[in-house]
Ligand binder design. Structure first.
Ligand SMILES: [Zn+2]
Length: 408
């Protein structure tokens, strides 16, 4: 019932805390075979001392009653790690929660919103973040997430205003996040390639990235055989941004000319313009039709965005090449400043865009991961450190979600 192993349960009592909340406290001790082990290397050593006051660990509720395990802790003299706290079989080192509680919390984080997790388990959001960090460290030590990589995507994700970035590496074939580090610098990317090792870097066949030159420079040195592609996700994001600029300029112009109603209506059209056509609601379709009739410039910008997206859906490379050439020519003379500028950028990256089409690297799975990571970072207010955010990303997108305890 308590979800513990290698543990002797000496007594179980009901206690009432200061607020009248009843709780179940189980007095436990480590079974002889599991006692006196270093909490870092798990090897057995002579005991050093035992703490005079017992400690408590929060366990999974029994029905509606919170559960605590209580035990005295001891320290051992490890030959490698010195005097350290002895491992207990029911909890991870340094945690105030049992392993069963932490695994349940981590599993829930992968399947429910954080507010649901915090309320259901009666823990503070900060504790959930700490739990996720410990579970991820524990599980990451048992799997090699960089094994067998062939096609990867490298992505910079901003997580706070003021140029704070994470560098994320996604396996293009599984859509899994396999590596993340803070800051978007050559040094960070160098650390990924150090972790990967030269042999495995030589196995990389494709690297997808955004337009950042510094990424391309590092990849050229560390994975010279890989074909570099420009991610569809980023190209479409550039076009979406250009479209939004066109719309904002028009709203401001209408306002300056005293056309306040028209300005407000156009302002409300944002989502109709930015969404992919199959996801549009009936009202949004009507908004678009209205723009097509009344606002030729903005509708042209919309078509330019959609046309660019379509290039990545081309099956034949020759089609994609023709479409891209046509798009650049059109964008250049469309008289919409943001798209004229984008045409220059796209022309520079033409080869890398066509690489993505040729090698079929416009992958929905890795795009879902990109979208998920951006969603995570948008809620980043609660993450007290980039490390906590990385742990959350690893847990939910890195394949490190633990199984629920007690199910096999
Ligand atoms: Zn040790």
């Amino acid at each position: 019932m308590l979800g513990v192993e290698h543990t002797v349960i000496e007594s179980v009592d009901l206690e009432t805390d200061g607020r009248g909340q009843e709780m179940l406290v189980a007095q436990v001790r480590v079974k002889a075979g599991a006692a006196r082990r270093c909490s870092r290397c798990r090897r057995r050593f002579p005991g050093y001392d035992t703490s005079p006051t017992p400690r408590r660990w929060r366990g999974l509720d029994l029905g509606t009653t919170p559960v605590y395990l209580q035990a005295t802790t001891s320290r051992v003299t490890c030959r490698e790690h010195g005097v350290v706290v002895a491992a207990v079989p029911w909890a991870r080192p340094g945690s105030r929660f049992t392993t069963a509680f932490e695994d349940t919390a981590a599993w829930l984080v992968c399947h429910a919103t954080l507010s649901v997790v915090a309320m259901l388990l009666r823990v503070a959001w900060r504790s959930v973040a700490d739990i996720v960090t410990r579970v991820v460290a524990d599980r990451a030590a048992t799997v090699d997430r960089l094994a067998g990589l062939r096609r990867i995507g490298i992505d910079e994700i901003s997580y706070r205003k003021g140029q704070r970035y994470l560098l994320c590496v996604v396996d293009h074939d599984t859509g899994r996040l396999v590596w993340a580090g803070k800051n978007r610098t050559q040094e960070t990317l160098g650390r990924f390639f150090d972790d990967l090792g030269a042999d495995r870097a030589a196995q990389l066949t494709h690297v997808c990235a955004d337009g950042a030159q510094w990424i391309h420079d590092v990849v050229a040195v560390r994975a010279p055989k890989a074909v570099v592609c420009l991610d569809a996700f980023h190209v479409v994001a550039w076009a979406t941004e250009a479209l939004d600029q066109v719309r904002r300029t028009m709203v401001n112009r209408l306002r300056a000319g005293g056309h306040h109603d028209e300005a407000t209506a156009l302002k409300g059209s944002r989502w109709a313009l930015l969404k992919n056509p199959p996801n549009l609601t009936g009202d949004q379709r009507a908004t678009l039709a209205g723009i097509a009739k009344a606002n030729g410039g903005l509708y042209r910008a919309y078509l330019l965005k959609e046309q660019l997206r379509a290039i990545f859906q081309a099956v034949e490379l020759t089609d994609a090449r023709a479409l891209l050439g046509g798009w650049i020519a059109w964008a250049r003379r469309c008289r919409l400043e943001p798209f004229v500028t984008l045409a220059k950028t796209i022309k520079n990256y033409q080869k890398l865009i066509l690489n993505a089409v040729e090698h079929g690297l416009s992958n929905a799975r890795s795009e879902a991961t990109n979208t998920h990571l951006r969603l995570l970072t948008r809620r980043a207010y609660g993450y007290h450190s980039p490390e906590a955010l990385i742990a959350m990303a690893d847990l939910t997108r890195g394949g490190l979600c633990p199984p629920l305890p007690g199910r096999s």
